[in-house]
Design a protein around this ligand. Sequence first.
Ligand code: UTP
Length: 290
Amino acid sequence: MKRIRKAIIPAAGLGTRFLPATKATPKEMLPVVDTPAIQYIVEEAAKSGIEDIVIISGRGKRAIEDHFDKSYELEDVLLKHNKISELEVIKGISNMANIYYVRQKEARGLGHAIHCAKTFIGNEPFAVLLGDDLVYSEKPCLSQLMDAYEKYQSSIVGVQRVDKEKVNLYGIIEGDDIAPKVMKVKDLVEKPDKAHAPSNVAILGRYILEPEIFDILENQKPGKNGEIQLTDALKTLLAIQNIYSFEFEGKRYDLGDKLGFVEATIEYALRREDLKQELKAYLKDIAGKF
Ligand code: UTP
C-alpha cells in the first residue's frame, strides 16, 4: 500500500491578477483576516498527515521563508511582555511541519513549478496544494483526497462543479461516474472556452500524483498562455495510468482573484467568534448603501 508523505506547495507565480499588491508581496502571504494564505495551506497539509512540505518559491518570495522560520527577537519580546498566547501562536508556526524550499528561477507555469521538486519527491506518490487556493471544510480537503487515494492507488484530482460561464478559468475534466463523488477521468483540458468544454467539473487546487508525472513534465511543451501546464501533462499520464477525480466537500476560495480574496476575508471573519457579531452588524448596516 503506497502512502502519501510529501507535499508540494507551488508559490512562485507572479500574481498578475492581484497587482499592485503582488509587486513586492507574495500573494500567498496576503492575510485572510490575520493569517497569511499559505499558513492555512500548510496547516491543511499538516492536519492531513503530511510530514515533509516543499514550497516552490521564487524572486520576491522571501517573506514566505521568514514566516515559517523561527523568530528569536519576536519571541523574546513577547515573552518579556508576558504575551504568552501570542508567543504560543508564533512558536506554533515554525513547528508546523518540516518545510523545505526550492526556487523556480522563472515563472514558466504550474507544471514547471512542480517539476522543480522532482529530486525532493523522488519515486513516490505525492500531494500538491496550490498556494493561493483555500478550502474551508470540516475534514481537510487533502485528507479527503488521501482517503480516495488509499482506495484507488492512482493519481487523484480534487474537483468541484463550477458555473458553466467560468469553465475558461480552470482545468476541466471529462469522466465516468464510478462511485459517489468519484469519476474515472477520460480527458482533461486546460481553460477551455465555454463552447468546447467537455463538462463543468473543474480541478481546484488539490492533487495527488504518481511520480511518473515528472518524466512527462520534463518534456512537456508550453500550452495555454505559453506556460508549462500540469493539465497537459496529466493528459499524457492518462495514456499510461488511470486518473480519478474526487469531488471534495468544502467551500473553495481563489485568493489569486480579487473578488475571491474579499469573499474569503469576509467569510473567514464571520466564522470567528471574536469578530462575528460586530462584522455581521456592520455588513447589515452598509447593505444597500453602495
Ligand atoms: P496561478 O495561475 O493562480 O498563479 O497558479 P499566477 O500565475 O501567480 O497567477 P496570475 O494569473 O498571474 O494572477 C496557481 C499556483 O501555482 C503557482 C502560483 O504561485 C499559485 O500558487 N505557480 C504558478 C508557480 O509556482 N509557478 C508558476 O510558474 C506559475
